[in-house]
Design a protein around this ligand. Structure first.
Ligand code: FPP
Length: 294
């Protein structure tokens, strides 16, 4: 197997690796790479080989790695109930898992992460729970917003941002603006989001342009339609995961999921760990994506 290793922060290939009978791996790289923890210069006698297990989970190790992972974070309530705690404690622990998964994306070089943090249907939950979720969002941005900037992570929101309480909305808008020139990593929060509503919004936008005479109905292609969605600037997700055992989409990224791989795992979201993330990368690398071809 031959695979490439990419540099953080750009799309340049920095090295190539080959496995030798699946047991050992030889890695080499170009001159401008400097030192590295796991990789050794080709031809050096001291460390010509690196055991496969040692480098298995390095960034972009798998030849087919998802560029965009989208996650339905489920199981906060069950996690709390199992511990005799109020549901809001589950959400609090879920917010910690958000931080872990964000770190994983940087560590394993997954450039786009989209998290289903609050659906349009979630407004039907109790006032206490909705308020707790909005407060958590505010706290998350308050505590982690600066790290988004430091780590060059672009923040986006999809959904009805105007329905969110003003303090959370203001914080979101300020970090969306402060990070809009970054492109290395991309965090998208789906907030008050529903896939059907997003599609209806795109259809209405295009219908308006037709009405105004700026768009011909015959010019509406899949690409034009996709450009009217809130995810217009983002690649479609390669992998959509859902935690906590349920196997449904719950109105998440209905247009964008057309060619996504799906992965359902039993782990409750607050327990989501690096090993779950790596397991997902591994599972994805074993899928064969044919896009309708034979
Ligand atoms: C679903 O679990 C989870 C949610 C509706 C909210 C997700 C929110 C967070 C992970 C925390 C805040 C987010 C950010 C971005 C800081 P559930 O409550 O439906 O769980 P259950 O199915 O076990 O009841």
């Amino acid at each position: 197997m031959v695979f490439s290793v990419k540099a953080r922060g750009n799309d340049k290939n920095i090295g190539l690796g080959t496995t030798d009978g699946g047991q050992r791996t030889t890695l080499w790289w170009s001159n401008d790479l400097g030192g590295g923890r796991f990789f050794r210069r080709r031809g050096r006698r001291r460390h010509p080989y690196v055991p496969l297990k040692e480098i298995r989970y390095m960034p972009q190790l798998y030849s087919t790695q998802p560029k965009h992972i989208a996650i339905i974070m489920d199981g906060n309530g069950r996690w709390a109930t199992q511990r005799g705690l109020p549901r809001t404690e589950g959400h609090k622990a879920g917010a910690e898992a958000v931080i872990r998964v964000l770190d994983c994306c940087r560590k394993y070089d997954v450039r786009y992460l989209t998290l289903y943090a609050f659906s349009t249907e979630n407004w039907k939950r109790s006032v206490t729970e909705v308020t707790a979720l909005m407060n958590l969002l505010f706290d998350f941005l308050e505590k982690k917003g600066q790290e988004l900037i430091q780590n060059r992570i672009r923040l986006r929101v999809i959904g009805e941002i105007e329905r969110l309480p003003w303090p959370a909305r203001r914080k979101l808008q300020s970090f969306i603006q402060a990070t809009e020139h970054f492109s290395d990593y991309n965090l998208t929060l789906a907030l008050s989001y529903g896939g059907r509503s997003e599609i209806v919004g795109a259809a209405a936008k295009l219908a308006q342009q037709v009405k105004e005479g700026t768009l011909e109905p015959s010019a509406i292609t899949e690409e034009v339609f996709a450009s009217a969605l809130q995810t217009a600037e983002m690649p479609d997700p390669d992998l959509i995961m859902r935690t906590a055992g349920e196997q449904r989409l719950s109105n998440f990224l209905l247009w964008q999921c057309s060619y996504a791989e799906f992965l359902f795992i039993d782990t409750l979201w607050p327990d989501f760990a690096e090993s779950d993330f790596v397991g997902a990368l591994e599972a994805f690398s074993q899928r064969q994506r044919r896009y309708g071809k034979a």
